[in-house]
Design a protein around this ligand. Structure first.
Ligand code: ATP
Ligand code: MG
Length: 463
């Protein structure tokens, strides 16, 4: 066991181990029971704040086009795209050596004339934003001082993220300028926007086009809908997006990007984008094959804590995530662990998104070995080196049944790329035993009983 004085890491602040202080400092749910939920737009932003690299993906690309017999173009280098030299310089300056998997196919289509509409779907972090940013910069005629490319995105923060990418990529192309149509950016009535690229949220873009009339939507040649899956989850954005699209010229090129391709995204896409070519990057299936799953029978919360302490030595061999159902439980557990002298990080819903990113970043860098969290962290966030997951509380849905999907997301982050992973489930009642049985049945994989008092057995399974 780690005997160093414990510290709880919360957000970007390190707190000294004064028992009880963390609890005073952090607000806890009034009912103490509600699980943390993260809005999709926040989740997406969080991913971008903590990810500095391309998510490498060698999966198959599927292309569905109107005329299946027409040849498919794909490129292996940025040179083949015949970009303007200033843009090629910008791309290399960002450290991109070659197009990502989705970019190999999407970029030639985004840049080819006559322009074609495109829907591109690939997982978060695979290079979609970088691709359309390059397309926007390429399409602009810099001597024309009016908006020619328009991108709409669900939130203010995501708009700023895209703007940041375009600014970096266009670093050596200063003639092209960018305007943000987001809350708070005021353009006086009667003036005209001169920047060639506009990025904004749907409401403000509509205001700019219709109420303030600071740009002419009929002069837009490229329209991009980024984060379509998130867009449709935000009330009102769908209709506003369609209203914007109707203001644009008939021959305006349209690109729609999404990380998922669920039915709702597809319906939205069909309403907005006429005759699109569709590019999809197949997803790696999450499986439980390389993960060894165990359950530990405990009497109640204290007993679960003891069981956790028994396996704590194992957790710190690699890196572990411990999931609790509520914020207050996560905080309680963190406090207890740290009273025992363990250094753990706490990630929970009341932190600001940047604070959460800082916690995950520290964990990813190995500065903490154990992360205690609620469901906020169970999706989307990749920390590759996690090899152990503890379900301090089992994932249940509103009706108290097993939440198999969340279970898979939680433990699916271990055992990736053929590596071994371990999942420990702490069971404290007949109800939770029933949940284990439901999970076993659902995935058709055995969850083995483990006695955490038996250190020899523990050592044996870890070998
Ligand atoms: N060709 C490339 N080579 C190297 N890095 C790249 C390349 N394209 C993009 N990246 C980097 O990969 C990361 C993810 O790219 P990007 O944000 O474009 O992905 P995305 O598919 O839009 O993700 P999301 O769905 O989360 O918005 C960024 O840090 C970006 O700078
Ligand atoms: Mg993106």
């Amino acid at each position: 066991m780690d005997a160093a004085p414990g510290r709880i890491v919360i957000g970007c602040w390190l707190m000294d181990a004064a028992p009880g202080r963390a609890a005073d400092w952090l607000p806890v749910d009034a009912d103490g029971r509600r699980a943390s939920v993260m809005a999709p737009a926040e989740q997406s932003l969080l991913n971008k704040l903590i990810r500095h690299n391309l998510v490498n993906n060698q999966n198959q690309v599927e292309v569905l086009q109107r005329d299946p017999s027409s040849p498919l173009f794909s490129v292996k280098t940025f040179e083949e795209l015949r970009l303007k030299p200033q843009l090629l310089q910008g791309v290399y300056n960002m450290g991109f050596n070659r197009p990502s998997r989705i970019q190999e196919n999407a970029l030639p289509m985004m840049l080819a004339e006559p322009y074609q509409n495109l829907i591109a779907q690939s997982q978060s972090g695979t290079g979609k934003t970088a691709a359309f940013s390059l397309a926007m910069l390429s399409h602009v005629e810099p001597s024309n001082k009016w908006p020619q490319c328009l991108c709409i995105t669900p939130t203010y923060e995501l708009a700023l993220q895209i703007g940041f990418v375009i600014t970096q990529m266009g670093k050596f192309y200063p003639e092209v300028q960018l305007a943000y149509a987001v809350r708070g950016s005021r353009v006086p009535r009667g003036t005209l926007v001169e920047q060639q690229i506009v990025i904004g949220t749907p409401g403000t873009v509509l205001d700019w086009a219709l109420k303030l009339k600071v740009f002419d939507p009929k002069k837009i040649r490229l329209f991009v809908l980024d984060e379509a899956d998130i867009m449709i989850g935000i009330q009102g954005h769908q209709d506003q997006s369609i209203r914007i699209q109707r203001l644009l010229p008939k021959d305006c090129q349209m690109l729609l990007l999404s990380a998922t391709f669920e039915e709702s995204v597809w319906r939205f896409a069909k309403r907005v984008i006429p005759d699109p070519i569709i590019i999809k990057l197949k997803r790696e299936e999450e499986t439980l094959e390389t993960i060894k799953q165990f359950y530990v029978v405990c009497k109640e919360k204290e007993d679960k804590f003891t069981a956790l302490c028994n396996i704590y030595g194992i957790l710190t061999i690699a890196q572990a995530m411990i999931f609790c159902q509520t914020r207050s439980m996560a905080l309680w557990l963190c406090n207890r662990l740290f009273k025992e002298g363990h250094q753990v990080a706490l990630l929970s819903g009341e932190l600001m998104v940047e604070q959460r990113a800082a916690v995950i970043e520290r964990f990813r860098d190995g500065k903490e070995k154990v992360l205690v969290t609620t469901n906020v962290c169970s999706r989307g966030i990749d920390v590759e080196q996690v090899s152990i997951v503890v379900n301090f509380d089992l994932p249940v849905d509103r009706d108290g049944n097993a939440d198999n999907e969340t279970y898979l997301h939680r433990i699916g982050r271990t055992g990736r790329f053929g590596k071994r992973g371990f999942a420990f489930n702490l069971v404290d009642s007949q109800d939770s035993m029933d949940i284990i049985n439901q999970i076993e049945l659902h995935f058709g994989r055995k969850i083995l009983k483990l006695d955490t008092d038996d250190l020899d057995e523990l050592e044996r399974i870890m070998k």
